[in-house]
Write a protein that binds this ligand. Structure first.
Ligand code: HSE
Length: 309
């Protein structure tokens, strides 16, 4: 049986405009690399973290907390050492904590001979995600573990639905180099919402799911609307309206806040349009003094990938 595994755990986009806390999709090309190896001593030991300054204590690190949740259930006769090579900046809005959380449990599950299914892995990863955002949600962890688009049907019991990905769908991301803490951007949201807004929002979620099932790009475009969360959170992202308007003028199907921000995502039909959208986003931020990164990515239908097969 394998003693060591190296995996790529991709970044993800949660919410996808109208699907606050329930919808998400998986990116490609940007993600963390994680090496996990079996050790004799029971427990979780984080031996290396490169890229960002994060805690090494297992019970204070999202990857460690997720792994401990899995171990509690599996109770194996060994422990695991984890090395994390972080490429996703914490607080970026593209699932930095989720990538570490889901990557560690995916890797340990492989080393144990896959005793757990994807829904169970999502549950363990959520325990780490909870540490980072101080609330329970699976919309960032599920797309990494399942790949493609996922919908969190319920948390108790945990039920994840896999939604088909149209072939020609690409994401463009701009990550302005400011930090927004998920816990803070959740705290600013209203506790109650007007019925009229709720009606618009669930109509959009339903039509977006239908559009993804039928590869109806025009309907995807008309469904990527968020009347509930975006009006609050967009105020935290400098030049948000300019980025959104320019992206849509450049041909994007839609544009919204990635997770709790500050990253902004757009979806486009075809890679050429997605690249034009990236240029439009770059133009907006080039005229400011805020640093930024951009990514163009196909929707990653595979999810977490094993690198040392
Ligand atoms: N659904 C979550 C939020 C994703 O928007 O707060 C970020 O973890």
């Amino acid at each position: 049986m394998m003693k060591e595994i190296k995996i790529f755990s991709p970044a993800t986009v949660a919410n996808v405009s109208c699907g606050f806390d329930v919808l998400g999709f998986c990116l490609d090309g940007i993600g963390d690399e994680i090496i996990v190896r079996k050790v004799d001593k029971k427990g979780i030991y984080i031996s290396k973290i490169e890229g960002y300054d994060l805690p090494f204590e297992a019970d204070k690190n999202v990857a460690g907390v997720s792994a401990l949740a899995l171990l509690k259930e599996a109770n194996p006769d060994c422990g695991f050492e984890i090395e994390i090579y972080k490429h996703i900046k914490p607080g970026s809005g593209i699932g930095s904590s989720s990538a570490s959380a889901s990557g560690s449990v995916f890797a340990i599950n492989e080393l144990l001979g896959k005793p757990f299914n994807k829904t169970q892995l999502t549950y363990f990863a959520m325990q780490g995600e909870k540490l980072a955002s101080q609330s329970e949600h699976a919309d960032n962890v599920a797309p990494g573990i399942f790949g493609g688009f996922t919908l969190v049907k319920s948390l108790q019991p945990l039920e994840i639905l896999e939604i088909p990905t149209p072939n020609d769908l690409y994401a463009t991301i701009i990550h302005p180099q400011i930090e927004i803490k998920t816990s803070e951007s959740r705290a600013m949201l209203p506790k109650e919402i007007p019925m009229q807004d709720a009606i618009k929002q669930w109509a959009n979620v339903g039509s977006l799911i239908h559009a993804l099932h039928t590869s109806n790009y025009e309907l995807i475009s008309r469904s990527l609307q968020d009347v509930i969360v975006e009006p609050y959170r967009s105020k935290l992202i400098p030049f948000y309206n300019e980025v959104k308007n320019q992206s849509i003028n450049s041909g994007a199907l839609g544009c919204g806040i990635s997770g709790s921000g500050p990253s902004v995502f757009a979806l486009s039909k075809g890679i050429e349009t997605a690249k034009k959208v990236a240029s439009a986003m770059i133009n907006v931020y080039s005229e400011t003094n805020i640093g930024f990164e951009t990514y163009v990515s196909k929707i990653n239908v595979e999810g977490i990938r094993i690198l040392n097969r």
